[in-house]
Structure formats: structure tokens, C-alpha cells
Design a protein around this ligand. Structure first.
Ligand code: AHM
Ligand code: MG
Length: 331
């Protein structure tokens, strides 16, 4: 029998690969692992506890917020602020970033961005949702509180990113820029165990993922590319939970698209909380991620915490193919 490697063990082992590591990043990843277990517990028993439904609130970008989103948001904030392993947090559910005061004399050099529960429209029908996170080294003076500039860094500056998928089983996938690894939660021992080592995305795949209901609202070049996917007999899969859709593509190959529409002229998804962390992971696994304007997502300048972006992400050959369609058909 193979020896089980837990997430904590793996993170600590990896810390030794960084000769000057202080253990802060290690601590942060562990905090996120703990928060993920707590959120997972609630996601699993949500129906039983009757905490489903729409809370009387809207998030910072005006979307409807489900109660479980707020719960996940609170738990992540609690876990990350109690240990003092980061000096600030920005969440999709909060208008502004939250500075974290030092715990004891520990002055952290990291900030964390996250979408606590992505794909929240799936919650009340028992379909997969996820948590997405990214970690940056702060830019501001280490002696004072964190600043907005710490969160407005390009995705390419990220030091770690990951997601948790609350699906048929619960998986945590993360990277610190040296490959991507996946851990499955074993509910019997309450530990995330290494289950997917050094994940590599296939160069091509049989899936495309896009909200085809908006077809007529997409630009002509995007419609041409979607027609091409259909002509190739690719399988259309769209869960409406970006984490779940990208998870499939990461393992089986394919392309995920969220282009601009008339309703969302700059795209719907958030650059800081969704597009950048997932692009960092997919690139680390050998994939590509570009905007529909054909810029690398990780190089897009960030000027607003809740900035939206268009995205085409997934298998490298398929993203390149989409790029050539856009170049050919753009009016
Ligand atoms: P959320 O963060 O409010 O849940 O919204 C993000 C989600 C993504 O997970 C998903 O890909 C997309 O919104 C679905 O949007 P649409 O229903 O417009 O296709
Ligand atoms: Mg989201």
C-alpha cells in the first residue's frame, strides 16, 4: 500500500525546497486548508441546517449573495486573520480589502485574495461549488498596514494560488509556482491526502465550456470559434461554476470561455479573485490563459479590486486556436 501524504506534510516538505523560506507561506496554505475543511462541512450539511437560500444582501459587484457565501467568507477571514500569517485579505464578497493587524510581533509579508464560494447559483440545487485563492507578497512597507497596491498586482506576481472543489469528493489543488498538485479530503480521517501529483493539462481535449445561451450576444469571432468547436464534435460542458468547469479541463483537456456580452462588455468574471488564480494554476500545469483581447491574463494591469475580465483558458493548443480565430474574424 502506498504511504498516505497529507497536505500538511506535503506543504512542510515543499518548504524545504525554498532555502530562505520563513514558514509564513506554509502557515498560510495550512490556514486555507483548515478553512476549506470547515466550509466543506457546511456545504455538505447545508440542506440539513436550512442555511440555504438568498441572504438579504448583495455582494460588492451587485450580484445576489447566498447565505453559504457569507459563511465561507467569514470562515476564511477568521482562519486567515487569527494566525497572523497574512497582513491583508481581499474577498469577492467585500467591497474593500481588510488589513490584518500583526499577531504578537509577527509582521507578515503576504496578502491573500479569494472568492469564498464560486458558482453560488449552484448551491441550492446541490451542484458543485468551489473556493478560489491567490497569494501575493506585499509591495508596501512591511512596518505598516497593507495598502491597496498590495492587491492590485498583476497575476504574474502571484506566489501561490489554488482552489477547493466541493464536488462528489472535496479536492484542494494548489501551486506555489513549481507544478500543480491535488489533494482529496478523506472524510474518515479529516485530512487532505495527496491524490494528484504534478498535474499536467493535455495539449488538446474533447471539451469546450461556455454559456452557449449567450451565443447571439457574443462577438462574431467568438461565435465562429464556438461553431468550430461544435464542428469538431467537441463535447459541451457548462456547470456554471468556474472551478468545476476548469477542473474538468485541467484533467481532461479542453477550453473554457467567458467572453464579453452586451450585458458584460468587459466580461463577467473577476480578474483578481477568479481569472488570475485559475490562470496561474492552469499555466503552471502547462496550459494557456488569455483574454478575448488576446492578452495573457496574468499580464493584465489591475486597477480595481473588483475589475472584470474576459477569458479563454485551458489546453494550450486550443487556446492558441481560439486566438487565431479571433485574429482571422475580428471585424
Ligand atoms: P459567482 O462568483 O457570483 O458565483 O459568479 C461566477 C460564476 C462562475 O463560477 C461561472 O463560470 C459563471 O459565474 C457563470 O455565469 P453565467 O451564469 O453568466 O454563465
Ligand atoms: Mg465567483
Amino acid at each position: 500500500m502506498n504511504r498516505i501524504v497529507t497536505l500538511d506534510e506535503f506543504i512542510i516538505k515543499r518548504q524545504k525546497d525554498f532555502p530562505f523560506a520563513s514558514g509564513e507561506l506554509t502557515g498560510l496554505l495550512r490556514d486555507i486548508g483548515v478553512a476549506a475543511k470547515i466550509v466543506n462541512r457546511e456545504v455538505n450539511k447545508a440542506g440539513l441546517l436550512n442555511i440555504l437560500g438568498v441572504a438579504d444582501a448583495h455582494n460588492a459587484t451587485g450580484d445576489e449573495v447566498q447565505k453559504l457565501d457569507l459563511y465561507a467568507n467569514d470562515k476564511l477571514i477568521d482562519c486567515l486573520s487569527n494566525s497572523g500569517e497574512c497582513c491583508g485579505i481581499a474577498s469577492e464578497e467585500n467591497e474593500d480589502f481588510i488589513p490584518i493587524p500583526p499577531v504578537g510581533n509577527k509582521q507578515s509579508k503576504y496578502v491573500v485574495v479569494f472568492d469564498p464560494l464560486d458558482g453560488s447559483s449552484n448551491i441550492n440545487v446541490n451542484v458543485s461549488v468551489g473556493t478560489i485563492f491567490g497569494i501575493y507578497r506585499r509591495k508596501s512597507e512591511a512596518s505598516g498596514p497593507c495598502q491597496l497596491e498590495d492587491f492590485l498586482q498583476k497575476g504574474a506576481e502571484m506566489v501561490a494560488a489554488g482552489y477547493v472543489l466541493y464536488g462528489t469528493s472535496t479536492l484542494l489543488v494548489y501551486t506555489t509556482g513549481r507544478g500543480v498538485n491535488g489533494f482529496t479530503l478523506d472524510p474518515t480521517i479529516g485530512e487532505f491526502c495527496l491524490s494528484h501529483k504534478d498535474i499536467r493539462i493535455p495539449a488538446r481535449g474533447n471539451y469546450y465550456s461556455v454559456n452557449q445561451g449567450y451565443y447571439l450576444k457574443f462577438d462574431v469571432e467568438m461565435r465562429r470559434f464556438i461553431d468550430h468547436c461544435s464542428d469538431l464534435n467537441l463535447r459541451l460542458r457548462y456547470i456554471g461554476s468556474m472551478v468545476s468547469d476548469i477542473h474538468r479541463i485541467l484533467f481532461q483537456g479542453g477550453i473554457f470561455l467567458y467572453p464579453n456580452t452586451r450585458k458584460y462588455p468587459f466580461g463577467k468574471l473577476r480578474l483578481v479573485y477568479e481569472c488570475n488564480p485559475l490562470s496561474f494554476i492552469v499555466e503552471q500545469a502547462g496550459g494557456h490563459a488569455i483574454t478575448c483581447e488576446l492578452d495573457r491574463v496574468l499580464d493584465v494591469p489591475v486597477s480595481d479590486l473588483h475589475q472584470r475580465a474576459t477569458i479563454a483558458i485551458g489546453s494550450p493548443d486550443m487556446v492558441e486556436e481560439m486566438k487565431s480565430f479571433v485574429q482571422r474574424y475580428r471585424i
